[in-house]
Structure formats: structure tokens, C-alpha cells
Design a protein around this ligand. Structure first.
Ligand SMILES: [Zn+2]
Length: 281
């Protein structure tokens, strides 16, 4: 393994016709990956796919947008034309614990708080479900893979999902983890780093400067790379479906922002990834 895509979804419906080709391309390019579940069925599918490839692992969880609201993503679940049908799922601790104990499962996620499209009562449900994920991670002693997204209106007092998540982690988490698609400022980043959480970045780095400052300030040994495929395709592949091999573009961009040699950066990020997977224990 030379690269690691810390957060990807090749088990999603977006790859139903060519999943194995996508996995093979990653294998040929020596790109390992963490297939991240978002519901019970996508978590099971992540494990099933990870079982077929040596350098693929899985994470299992109920994504905060699926806790209560009627959110349906066709790339994730298929079914063209039913953009907003009900897929709300109640978190079944025992069912997820069984999945979490699978040897190929390296993390509990993606879980957390998403205030971007909050509906009435959703916030309370999200907090309860996130807390159960923290308890599950503590119980099986595996790291958390966090999905945290702030509200669209920063002026409202309850818009900051990052601060709420940090408070919950401080009071309950006995494990560390990774903050997927980190989108906060360095002040927030520093609070996660102090808790021992790594930050991971997607191909979004190739087309915006919004995260340059956080990356420059974050120690290289606390960074992970990810694609979040099928979403967020990096330059120069914009407009196409994303896939794990494109994690190489993220590594390149970090080397550029850190003003360091590509090979040194690739090696350090691989070491960080091995630590996250638990390969060096
Ligand atoms: Zn994701």
C-alpha cells in the first residue's frame, strides 16, 4: 500500500455496475481504503466488499442525516427519481455492535452531527444517536470516523456542530479518531488535534483555498487523505464520478501546501493511515 483513502463509499449504488473494476484500479495503484457505511445496509455492504480485498477495510455507523429525516441520495442508495423518500433509521446498538466487532471493521463512522439541513427535533435525535456511537466505539475500542457539518446560518447561536461535537467527545469518548472532510477553522482544528483526532481532507483542496491555512498549521503527522467518493472529484477529473485512486491528487496538493517533497509527504501520510487502521499496534 502506498496511499490510503481514509473515507470512501465504493459499496454505494453509484458503483453498482463496475465496483470490482474500481477496486482493481485502486489495488493496481496500491491505494488502500476505508469503505464507510452510512446506514445498516451500506455498513453491511462495506464489510462485504472489504472482505474481498486485502487492503480494504470498513467503518460502520448511522450517518446523522439518516437518523430521522427523509433524506435520500440516489448515488448512495439508487432509485432515481425518489430524491426525498423516507429513509430514516432508528439506531440499533446491538446490530451495529455485531458489525463493529468484525475484524475488517477499523472504525465507527461516519457518525456525528449535521446541522446543515436541520429539521425540527432532528438536533436532539442526532445528539442521542451520536452519543450511542461514542459508547459503541468505547465498548469495542475502535476509533471514530466523524462527520460534522455546521449549520448554514452561522449567526444563529446553535449553528456550530463542531463545538457541540467537541463537548460531547470531551465528556464521553475514551477513543480517538478522524474528523472526515474537516471544514472548520484552525481554532476548531486545534481543539480536535488536542484531543488526538486526525483531520482528513478530500479533493476539495484542488479547487478551493478555504482549507489552506488549516493544512499549513496542522502537523503533517495528524493529517489523513480521503476522496469521499463518489462525491467531491478533484481537479483534473471534475465532472466525472470520483474513485479511490484520485486520493493521489489530495496527497499532491498537501505536499504543495506544505512546501515539501511529494515522497516524504506520501510516506508520512501512509504512516498516519497505518496508525489509524491499527496496523502498527
Ligand atoms: Zn462520506
Amino acid at each position: 500500500m502506498k496511499y490510503f483513502d481514509a473515507h470512501t463509499h465504493v459499496q454505494f449504488e453509484a458503483y453498482k455496475d463496475d465496483k470490482d473494476e474500481v477496486m482493481q484500479r485502486a489495488k493496481d495503484a496500491e491505494v488502500g481504503m476505508n469503505l464507510v457505511g452510512t446506514q445498516i445496509d451500506t455498513s453491511r455492504a462495506a464489510i462485504a466488499l472489504a472482505e474481498k480485498y486485502d487492503e480494504a477495510w470498513a467503518s460502520v455507523a448511522l450517518h446523522p442525516v439518516h437518523t430521522a429525516k427523509s433524506f435520500h441520495d440516489t448515488k448512495e442508495l439508487g432509485g432515481e427519481g425518489k430524491a426525498f423518500t423516507s429513509r430514516g433509521e432508528a439506531f440499533d446498538f446491538d446490530a451495529y455492535e455485531e458489525l463493529a466487532r468484525h475484524p475488517k471493521v477499523i472504525a465507527i463512522g461516519e457518525c456525528g452531527l449535521d446541522y446543515y439541513r436541520l429539521e425540527e427535533d432532528t438536533k436532539k435525535v442526532q445528539a442521542e444517536v451520536f452519543l450511542q456511537h461514542i459508547e459503541l466505539a468505547n465498548k469495542v475500542n475502535k476509533p471514530l470516523m466523524l462527520h460534522i457539518r455546521d449549520g448554514a446560518h452561522q449567526s444563529s447561536s446553535d449553528a456550530n456542530a463542531y463545538l457541540d461535537a467537541i463537548a460531547m467527545l470531551k465528556s464521553h469518548a475514551k477513543v480517538q479518531g478522524d474528523v472526515h472532510f474537516f471544514a472548520g477553522n484552525y481554532d476548531i482544528a486545534k481543539q480536535f488535534l488536542d484531543l488526538g483526532f486526525t483531520l482528513s481532507f478530500t479533493g476539495v483542496l484542488t479547487f478551493t483555498h478555504d482549507y489552506d491555512e488549516v493544512i499549513t498549521n496542522t502537523p503533517l503527522d495528524m493529517l489523513l487523505t480521503e476522496t469521499d467518493a463518489p462525491y467531491i472529484t478533484p481537479v483534473p477529473y471534475r465532472g466525472q464520478r470520483n474513485e479511490p485512486i484520485h486520493v493521489r491528487e489530495v496527497v499532491k496538493k498537501i505536499a504543495e501546501l506544505k512546501n515539501m517533497g511529494l515522497e516524504a509527504v506520501r510516506e508520512q501520510i501512509l504512516l498516519n493511515s497505518r496508525r489509524f487502521i491499527g496496523l502498527d499496534k
